[in-house]
Design a protein around this ligand. Structure first.
Ligand SMILES: Nc1ncnc2c1ncn2[C@@H]1O[C@H](COP(=O)(O)OS(=O)(=O)O)[C@@H](OP(=O)(O)O)[C@H]1O
Length: 334
């Protein structure tokens, strides 16, 4: 006798999310485009927000109360968020958790960095209007993909430090293409690179347009260098020690001569390296608790310049032209 087949349940990130009437009313009036994994993107105040996260975006704007000692990592998706979360966590907690290779109890060895540095829209405010943040001791470390214009007002009005990470858009497109195809349901097939590329070029990417996202934080970092730190993935790859020291200075926790002598900078970089993190059991087998995304999906190649293996000469030319046009006169280049 054969048993009836129960359909395998969908991973959480493919299940429909319950939206409040208020959110449904709002998105029904917004320009909408199909998202690359599931659901839609909604253009709200100039930026494209995924259906799953728009409620979290609105709740964080309404309810998050920044403290002057907070640190917020803001990023464009697929620009190395997982890496910088690990670096920031290891950096600001280095007194409690020594990053040296002998310390087998470091939280980064048993937790994915997304669990240690929760995101506003996909974790803290994902399904809760007002999450309980009392267990977070200062300096509280949070993250968001929100554009600067959409950050909660209290972040902009406080002395809270914002670290912004972005990446060459050519590598973001390649990373986004692989990531979204990995997360799509098998029955939906895959998106071609050409589709993802054209969608990105039109500005329709999660939390995009990319160029408006980076320009907002670039200007913010020029106007308020004491509260907004701007860094590119490629810079971090090329001179990690230099930029980690700059980051420590910016956050008000510079490395002491004793720490320098003990090699703390190198220990943090080794602990957070792609090689180390991607080979940990927790990152090979675990999943994010709120969205069900497998940790391993956040680790692919971890290199700068993979676009050279994927994009055609025409694509490169088209994207370079758009980037030049959009960032003209800003002093920012990719
Ligand atoms: N430790 C470390 N060092 C260097 N690079 C790393 C690291 N961890 C993740 N990655 C690479 O970052 C890309 C994923 O981007 P994000 O972490 O921003 O993704 S997400 O926005 O949080 O979904 C993705 O880039 P690609 O490899 O080009 O796809 C990851 O491989």
């Amino acid at each position: 006798m054969s048993l009836p087949q129960t359909p395998p349940s969908l991973p959480q990130y493919l299940q429909e999310i319950e939206l409040s009437q208020e959110t449904r009313d709002l998105i029904s009036k917004l320009p909408t485009e199909k998202a690359l994994i599931s659901g839609n993107l909604h253009q709200y105040k100039g930026f494209w927000f995924p259906t799953r996260y728009i409620q979290g975006v609105l709740a964080s704007q309404k309810h998050f109360q920044a403290q002057d000692t907070d640190i917020l990592l803001a990023t464009t998706p697929k620009s190395g968020t997982t890496w910088l979360k690990a670096i920031l966590f290891a950096l600001v907690n280095r007194v409690h958790y020594h990053p040296d290779p002998q310390n087998q109890d470091h939280p980064l060895l048993t937790n994915n960095s997304h669990a240690l540095v929760p995101s506003f829209e996909s974790n803290l405010y994902f399904k809760k209007q007002i999450p309980d943040l009392t267990s977070y001791a200062p300096p509280r470390l949070f993250s968001a993909h929100l554009p600067l214009e959409s950050l909660p007002q209290s972040v902009k009005e406080s002395a809270c430090k914002v670290v912004y990470l972005c990446r060459n858009p050519k590598d973001i497109i390649v990373s986004l293409w692989h990531y979204t195809n990995r997360l799509r349901h098998r029955s939906m097939g895959t998106n071609s690179l050409e589709e993802v590329f054209q969608y990105f070029c039109r500005g329709v990417s999660p939390f995009g347009p990319f160029w408006d996202h980076v320009s907002g934080y670039w200007k913010g970092s020029l106007e308020r260098p004491e509260t907004v730190f701007f860094i590119k993935y490629e810079e971090m790859k090329e001179q990690p020690g230099l930029h980690l020291r700059r980051l420590a200075e910016f956050l008000g926790c510079p490395f002491s001569p004793e720490e320098e002598a003990q090699g703390v900078v190198d220990n943090i970089l080794r602990l957070c390296s792609f090689e180390n993190l991607s080979n940990l059991d927790v990152n090979k087998t675990g999943k994010l608790s709120k969205t069900g995304v497998e940790h391993s999906a956040f680790f692919r190649r971890g290199e700068a310049g993979d676009w050279r293996n994927c994009l055609t000469a025409e694509m490169v030319e088209q994207l370079d032209r758009i980037t030049e046009e959009k960032l003209q006169g800003s002093g920012l280049k990719f």
